[in-house]
Structure formats: C-alpha cells, structure tokens
Write a protein that binds this ligand. Structure first.
Ligand code: ADP
Ligand code: ZN
Length: 735
C-alpha cells in the first residue's frame, strides 16, 4: 500500500537511472540519473560528473544500483554523437578484467584511449573565388584575386601569405562577395584496401594452406588456426588470403605485430597486395592521427588495421578476423598496468565476436603447439621456404675447441666465415642480445662494481655516450676516470661484451667493411632505426651488429651469414620459459639468413653445444625440441598443462615488502589443489627503488585460479603504506 502510493507520487521520467563505467581504477560502474529528453543505451559514450570534474565513460550493461536515492544521484552531462561501443567489446572488457584481476574501469580506459576522437573531426575551412571583383580594387586585393583566379580552394592564411597581404585584405574580399568561405571534409583516415588488387601465385607447398585460410575466413565463425611455417615459407602472403576474404565480406580485420613501429616494410607489403596501406595503431602514431584511426575504426570505415597489442582494444563494430603475427613473441605480454597477453586475449575476442583468429609463427609458443596437438586449434604447416630460398646451414661452434683470441669475442672460425661472406659481397649479421658496450664495470684495484642506485642490477657501460646506464630504470651516470671507492686511476675494466663492444672488434678486424650497429639505444629513435633497417635491406651495410631488434621478422635479402655471439645467454636465466625463449630467438635470428636464395650459414658460439636447445637448432630438428619441452612441461605441470600466477609484493623498504609477503602467504586459503610457493626475494630484488618479493601459485588446468586469488586477496589484511601487490596471471617474466 505504502509502496504504491510512493510510486504514484513520482513524476514519470524522474526514475530513470543508468550504469556508467568510468576509466578509473574501480571495478563497478557508477549510477547516474538520466535527464528528460536524453535517450541512452548500453555502449553509449557519455560525459558525467565525478567529484569536481567531468569525465568520459560508457553506459554499461550492469543493472543500475537502486540503493541510492534518485534525488541524490548526479545527472549524465552529455551523450557523445560517437558510435556506441558494440556489445562484443563490452563483453570483452568485462572478460579481460575478470581474467587479469583488474578493475573493469582500467580495461575500459584502454578502449577510450583517444578521447579527442569523440568529437567529430573539424572540417577544413577554405576560401575560393565566388563572384566578380569588388568596385574598390586596390593593388593588394588584385594580387589576392589573381592568385585565387583558378578557382582552387585556399586556406585563408596561405592565400594572404602567397599574395603578401594582411589577412584583413582577404576578409574584405569575403565581405565584398568576391571570395566565399567553404568547409571541406577532412581527408579520410584510411582508404579501403582492394582484396583483388594483386593476388600472388602460390607454389605447391603454399596453395593448400592459402585455400584453407581463405575458406575459413569465408565461412566466418569462431575458430583458431595456428599457421606454423618455417621462416621464409610465405606465411604473410598466405594469411593475406584470409584478410582478402574478410574484406570481401565487408568486415574488419586486425593484424597484430610485435614490433609494428619498426616494420614499415610490412605496410608496403600490405599496400602491394591490397593497393592501399592499412590504418596503423601504435605508440609512434601522432595523437591526431590516432584520433582519426580510432574514429575510422569505430565507424567501421577502417577495414584493416595493423597494430601493436593495444589495438586489440579498439572499438571495432564489425571485426571479422584477427591475425596475431609472431604469436610466440614476448612483446604481446603487457607487464605494467593491466597485465594481459594480447595473443591469448585475441583468441578471447574471437570467441566473443564469433570470428576466426589466426596465430602465425615459425616458432609457435608451447601453449599454441599443445592446443593444436590436442585439437583445440587447427594447425596448418609449411615446411619449405618459398621458391628457391633454402634454410641456412647451422653449426654450433664449440668455443672450448675454437676459442677467440685474448681480448676478442669472435671465434676464428666465425671470423673466417665473415671474410668469405665479405669477399662474396654478401651480408653478415652478428647477433648479441645485449645493449651497450659491457654489462659490468669493475675496479681492478679494489673490486668495486658499479651498481644502479635504484635497482639491484649492474650498470651497463655505453661507451659511445660515455655513460653507465641501468636498463631497468633508466638511471645513467658519467663513466668516471677514477674509482669512486679507492680513487685508483685508470683501474676500471669492462667485463663481457655488448653490441658496441662487438662493433669495436669488427671495426678493428674489418676496417673497410660498411657497418651498422642496431639496438634500441640508437640516437634518433624509431625513425633512425627504420632508416637503418631500410639501409640494410638495400644492401648498404656489409656487417650488421644488432640486438633482438634485428632478429624479428625482417627480410634482409642479401644476408648470407648469421653469427650468434653468445648462444648460451638466454639459457642462463633458468626460469620455466628460458629454454622456449632461447629456442625461439635463435631460430628466428638464424632464419634471417638466405631468405632470397643461395647458400647461407649460421654459427652459434656456445660453451654447451650438447644443450638440447642448441642441439635442436644446430640439427634443424625443431620437432625434437618441441617434443622434449612439451614433455617436460607436462611432467612438472607447467603451462599449458597447469596454470601459473605470479604475485609481486613491493615496498619502499625491504622489511615492509618482506613482512607483507609473509602476511599474504599466511592468509592463503588451505587448498589441496593449488600450490602456493614462496615468498622469496625476486631475482630483480630492487626495481626503481622498490624492494620486491615473489609468490607463485601453481594449479592444474581447469582450476579456477582467478576465484582462488580473489578470495585470498580479499581475505588478507590490506597492504598498508608503500606496499603494493601486483598479480600476474600466466606470467612470462619471473624476474
Ligand atoms: P614468413 O612470414 O613465413 O617468414 P614471408 O611471407 O615473409 O615469409 O615470405 C618470404 C618472402 O617470400 C617474402 O619476400 C615474400 O614476399 C615472398 N613470397 C612468399 N610467398 C610468395 C608468393 N606466393 N609469391 C611471391 N612472393 C612470395
Ligand atoms: Zn635502475
């Protein structure tokens, strides 16, 4: 009775409320009042008050919270005239948040990355001749009209400048009706690719794979295909067939690449195949262009996007295909903020959206290989290189038998091969995955080692810059002339090599050769790296010395010799993924050689030629590596046979981090299935001034790890002071 009368007293429209998810570190949406005249539906992008300011959010699917009195709710301020977020991306945001144990707002934030894109792009203002000259025709006015005489549109300042007059003269001519203002539409962010622009001719090994992918895209529907083909087999050309078919169906395609900013070559290849470049999405794209791409994706106008992992969170309304190229690459894992693996989340997005996903690699991740072996993914295999190209002949070079001369890092065998390659006018790549000159500097006199003041790491000498640098926090200091501890002069020695030091040795041995050193330290940033990569492709270097930047995906047609300076480097790390990572890196880098035909060679300098990873690479027996590694993971219940989550507890002081890690451990639910390991001090014990302890949770496949963790963290005493807890589901890094 009471309830009814209360309801009747309420004016009809006042009761409307709506849930709005905001891009802040909060899991649930906020409830707002909807004012008369505003029609809102889930997915609409709105501006709402939050505290003293207004922020952009999205209407969400949750039922609005009815517990707050309607009169105490604040109203939605504005609805943007932008396309609403489609239900599949809303579900995706919820899914990713739930899986990674991140507040939903933080995941939405990745979707709303280009706030300027919500307003329509402003039209370009121009002036153009529109009528007869005015009666009062001054020389200045005449000059303007002469220039504009051909009828082409001019921007006002450009026209005034060209005529050498003030802008007032142009305004006067507009008032007089001789010139008219017009508004030109902004140029399109991207032009539609043509699926039939230049279709390749596939060879025998390729056509079946190409046809299978084309058919998969034509049928649509969820499914994951692992395109597992050796380097140079033509995987890109083949998955382009799936892209073409998706274009024909009028749906959007996303291609993810791990190092997109450096792969301008890829954009050209796309343009050769489809007549237009795809839209690009990565950190090197200017903010304005990002807004235009965001808008073009949201409107459905952008049919093909090539991007870094964050492109997965673009608001595609008609996504029909995602390709994850180099799917094994560690760059797909975001380690800060929302810790997600874009490869895995691409599969989730395909599942939610009901479309196919292609994972492509010459060295698939163990996870994807097992998924294919067990029938969850379809596997398409390519075992030969395209056309005349052959794989390089690979040899493990036992450094105990062929040691380098004193003070040098290259074995005489490798040096000889380099001489032969130079004589044949082909290119050599020396690969060492270590930036700088030397990874450690110490004082010969007192033994002092230079350490980062913020991290538990040695400072790396960068001799070109004359600096000692921390590769974890960026700290750098000038390399002193004397030891800061014992004051000895000229006592500092560089221990071990980085690429700069290898470059020094190459310069001494081959003074005539044209050399390029490539690492992310290159002055001039991304543009310079692109230029250098292009120079290598054109054959403007005889010897390239580089870090993993050169190992990935590039096509260097003249490259005939690869020397891996320290093949054992990655194996020393000893974490559960060290073998896999090293195998992938060595297979990728040796695979750069011989891509355009002719004999090619690769040497792995090693002190452990019998190590299974080195042996598998040297013998070319990929399957031996996979079989062994998969069996090892199965026996120890490691991914993908089991699930892992890392928990990192950090604090400004060691005692604080240690104490809370212990508290957390003691709060762990007693569980007979999940195993909690640790806490132990992290291998990278101090990072950016924060002391770190790690816990690791291991559980069988199928165990609800998220539920377990959520319950545990909710029940544990909350961290205080500077203590922070970070959860890393499916960790890649164990540092
Ligand atoms: P992968 O990605 O498997 O390493 P790519 O797709 O980069 O191989 O192909 C290697 C090289 O062979 C590239 O230069 C590519 O343009 C060329 N190629 C592969 N397949 C064809 C084809 N069917 N027709 C013409 N060129 C091809
Ligand atoms: Zn540091």
């Amino acid at each position: 009775m009471f309830r009814n009368s209360a309801e009747r007293m309420r004016p009809v429209d006042v009761g409307r409320t709506v849930s709005v998810l905001l891009p802040v570190a909060v899991d649930g949406p906020y409830t707002y009042r909807v004012q008369n005249g505003l029609e809102l539906a889930p997915g609409d992008i709105v501006r709402v008050p939050l505290g003293p300011r207004e922020i952009v959010g999205a209407v969400w699917d949750d039922v609005p919270d009815g517990s707050v009195g309607h009169n105490r709710l604040r109203p939605v301020a504005h609805r943007y005239d932008a396309p609403p977020l489609d239900p599949t991306i809303r579900k995706f945001v919820d899914w990713v948040a739930n899986y990674t144990l991140t507040p939903r707002g933080m995941v939405l934030r990745m979707v709303l990355r280009a706030p300027g894109a919500l307003e329509p792009e402003r039209a370009v203002e121009a002036v153009r001749i529109a009528g007869p000259p005015p009666e009062r025709l001054t020389p200045a006015r005449r000059r303007v009209l002469d220039i504009a005489a051909d009828g082409a549109p001019w921007s006002r300042p450009a026209l005034a400048a060209a005529a050498g007059v003030s802008s007032g003269v142009v305004s006067g001519l507009i008032e007089a009706g001789s010139l008219a203002v017009l508004h030109l539409p902004p140029p399109p962010a991207t032009l539609p690719p043509d699926p039939d622009h230049a279709r390749p001719r596939f060879d025998d090994g390729q056509s079946e794979a190409a046809e299978a992918l084309r058919k998969m895209a034509a049928e649509g529907g969820y499914g994951v295909t692992l395109l597992d083909g050796i380097t140079g087999s033509g995987k890109t050309e083949i998955y382009f067939e799936a892209v073409a078919e998706t274009l024909r169906r009028g749906r959007q395609t996303l291609i993810l690449l791990p190092e997109i900013a450096l792969t301008t070559d890829f954009l050209d290849r796309f343009a050769r195949r489809f007549g237009e470049r795809p839209a690009e999405w990565h950190s090197e794209v200017s903010p304005r262009q990002r807004e235009r791409v965001w808008r073009a994706v949201a409107s459905g106008e952008a049919k093909a996007v090539v991007g870094a992992r964050s492109a997965l969170f673009l608001p595609f309304p008609k996504l029909g295909l995602v390709i994850v190229d180099e799917e094994h690459d560690g760059a797909y894992k975001q380690e800060e903020g929302v810790t997600y693996n874009a490869r895995d989340m691409a599969v989730v997005r395909g599942h939610i959206g009901g479309f196919p996903v292609v994972l492509s690699s010459a060295t698939p991740s163990i996870e994807s290989r097992v998924n294919a072996d067990q029938g969850r993914y379809r596997r398409i295999e390519l075992t030969t290189r395209f056309a005349a190209a052959k794989l390089p002949e690979i040899r493990a070079l036992d450094m105990r038998l062929h040691p380098p001369e004193k003070g040098s890092f290259l074995s005489p065998v490798l040096v000889q091969a380099m001489e032969a390659t130079l004589a044949a006018k082909s290119q050599t790549l020396l690969f060492l995955n270590r930036r700088g000159y030397a990874p450690l500097t110490l004082c010969r006199h007192c033994g002092h080692r230079f350490q980062c003041p913020n991290c538990s790491t040695w400072l790396v000498e960068h001799r070109f810059r004359g600096q000692l640098v921390c590769h974890h926090c960026g700290h750098s200091e000038a390399r002193p002339d004397r030891c800061p501890v014992c004051d000895a002069e000229d006592s500092l020695v560089a221990c071990g090599p980085g690429v700069e030091r290898i470059a020094e040795e190459v310069a001494a041995r081959f003074p005539e050769a044209r050399r390029i050193v490539l690492s992310s330290d290159l002055l001039g940033g991304v543009q310079r790296m692109r230029d250098e990569l292009e120079a290598i492709r054109r054959g403007e270097a005889d010897i390239v010395i580089g870090t993993q930047l050169v190992a990935k995906g590039h096509n260097f047609p003249l490259l005939a010799l690869v020397g891996v300076v320290d093949a054992d480097l990655g194996l020393a790390q000893g974490d559960p993924r060290a073998a896999e990572r090293t195998f992938q890196l060595l297979a990728q880098v040796t695979g750069r050689a011989g891509r355009a035909g002719g004999d090619s060679h690769a040497y792995l300098q090693t002190y452990a030629p019998e190590h299974p990873v080195i042996a598998a690479i040297a013998s070319g027996n990929r399957e031996a590596f996979y079989a062994r590694e998969i069996e090892a993971r199965r026996v120890s219940g490691l991914p993908p046979f089991g699930r892992l989550a890392g928990i990192i507890v950090s604090a400004a002081d060691r005692a604080g981090a240690h104490a809370y890690a212990g508290t957390l451990r003691r709060a762990a639910p007693i569980d007979t299935i999940a195993m909690v390991l640790g806490p132990s001090e992290a291998p990278l014990a101090v990072l950016r001034g924060r002391h770190r302890f790690r816990l690791l949770v291991q559980a069988p496949r199928g165990f609800d790890l998220q539920d377990f963790l959520r319950g545990w963290l909710a029940a544990a005493p909350p961290p205080r002071g500077s203590v922070k807890v970070q959860v890393d589901i499916d960790p890649q890094s164990f540092l």
